[in-house]
Design a protein around this ligand. Structure first.
Ligand code: TYD
Length: 217
């Protein structure tokens, strides 16, 4: 019997305008150049049903029910994404690069007042014992990220972008606290640097943390 080695799960986290989506695409190209079969996905979303929930969340249709309800809906979307995309890909030996994951719920819904204990219970339901093998936290001052997000925006701001600057700063601190409390999983990258440099730092972090799992590593 051929036993396929489990793939590796990498999540990209950070505030608005930190460049995660650009770096996620660059990371996929880099992994593929190293011979890795890699899947790019995102949250909220990643499956047809979870993408439908994404629309509800980002259009603010869940917001009137409160932050706890939003956390619940993010968890429902995440469970579907885990079951239908992330776990099957990892089990098939593919690597998964996910643009936002459970730390975003901690940083966004946690700072909106949802107790940590509730978030942990939702993690148990949606994610179980699985955890990212590596989380890259793209860090930059909230004001800088918001200015970047405003420059690249084509349409309306979404429900979470609309929050005041102090809220974005609190989310940034929350991401940094998570990274500090789980240094074996998280690497913080200075996202104020030029894009190419940040991409290289992301690749270096993957090579340093997960290099032995790379083909020929
Ligand atoms: P998106 O356009 O993907 O944001 P970005 O381009 O900044 O990554 O929209 C996702 C939004 O949803 C973003 O504002 C963060 C928010 N969010 C949460 O509040 N909780 C979560 O658990 C997740 C995954 C995202």
């Amino acid at each position: 019997m051929v036993v396929t080695a489990r793939g590796r799960f990498i999540t990209l986290e950070g505030g608005e305008g930190a460049g995660k989506s650009t770096h996620a695409r660059a990371l996929i190209r880099w992994l593929e150049s190293r011979g890795v079969d890699a899947v790019l996905t995102r949250e909220p979303g990643g499956t047809p049903h979870a993408e439908a929930l994404r629309t509800l969340l980002l259009e603010g249709l869940v917001a009137p029910f409160g932050a706890e309800a939003e956390a619940l809906v993010f968890a429902v979307a995440r469970a579907d994404h885990m079951n239908h995309v992330i776990r099957p890909a990892l089990a098939a030996g593919r690597w998964v690069v996910c643009d936002r994951f459970m730390d975003s719920t901690r940083a966004y819904q946690g700072t909106a007042g949802v107790p940590l204990e509730v978030l942990h219970r939702l993690d148990r339901l949606a994610v179980g014992d699985d955890r990212p093998d590596l989380t890259l936290v793209f860090d930059l001052p909230a004001a800088e990220g918001l200015a970047r997000a405003a420059r690249r925006r084509s349409g309306e701001t979404d429900r979470f972008e609309q929050d005041v600057a102090a809220v974005h700063e609190a989310r940034r601190r929350a991401f940094l606290e998570i990274a500090q409390s789980e240094p074996e999983r998280c690497v913080v990258l200075d996202a104020t640097r030029p894009v190419d440099e940040v991409s290289r730092a992301a690749e270096d972090a993957v090579a340093a943390r997960l290099g032995s799992a790379l083909p020929g590593g």
